[in-house]
Design a protein around this ligand. Structure first.
Ligand code: URA
Ligand code: SF4
Length: 212
């Protein structure tokens, strides 16, 4: 393996109860093409109340990809991911370990804002899934960070709580995942900020070890 971390194997076994399906992507796919489709998409009910869809942003060369839950009010207004209070904290956490927001890719499980910021439903996450899969296929990042339980459920196919698996990297079909708390959680529970800072340090070490 490329790394050894406490509990990795035990958790991998549980996470892999269902195999990940193959990602099917159109030939000549691009972020532009995905974004074009997302802003016109009516594949689930979340299309009804959005002001702007939020496809995601960042360079194709990004080594790290962050996946949140869903756009909030600010994101819906601006059409960009993580531009509100949680986004400000995410940017600060990145900076605290010498990573720049412009160098990472940031997106969400669903690309449209759920009413009253409720959690995305399973059918909505499923309807939106092809866009995320295509983004993952295009970007070939070293590490994908699901932030919070919605992203963990979607990406790791797991009901494991973020409380149990945050800060533990593991590999599934050649992709390294590093689950993290959602930055919004640290806005409500101040003590989580320290935990997130530690996880970002671990993420930096992981990225460095994969780049070395
Ligand atoms: N919370 C999320 O999960 N995603 C965003 O883009 C903003 C806040
Ligand atoms: Fe389409 Fe995803 Fe928006 Fe639903 S949330 S309308 S699937 S882009």
């Amino acid at each position: 393996g490329i790394y050894t971390v406490r509990g990795t194997n035990r958790i991998c076994t549980r996470l892999l109860e269902q195999p990940r399906r193959m990602i099917e992507t159109p030939d000549q796919d691009s972020f532009e093409k995905i974004a074009d489709e997302v802003v016109r998409c009516i594949n689930c009910r979340l299309s009804k109340n959005r002001k702007n869809a939020v496809p995601g942003e960042g360079p194709e060369s990004a080594k790290v990809m962050f996946v949140g839950e869903a756009p909030g009010e600010q994101e819906d207004t601006q059409g960009r991911p993580f531009v509100g209070a949680a986004g400000k904290l995410l940017t600060e956490l990145l900076q605290s370990v010498g990573l720049r927001r412009e160098d990472v890719y940031i997106t969400n499980v669903v690309k449209c804002r759920p009413p009253n910021n409720r959690q995305p439903r399973a059918d909505e996450a499923q309807a939106c899934r092809p866009y995320l899969d295509r983004q993952i296929a295009l970007i070939r990042s070293l590490v994908i960070c699901p932030m919070g339980n919605s992203a963990i459920r979607a990406l790791l196919n797991s009901e494991e709580s973020v409380t149990t698996i945050h800060g533990i990297p593991f590999e599934v079909e050649g992709i390294t995942y590093f689950p993290m708390y959602h930055p919004a959680a640290a806005l409500y529970t101040f003590s989580l900020r320290k935990v997130m800072e530690e996880d970002f340090k671990k993420l930096r070490t992981l990225v460095d070890s994969l780049t070395a």
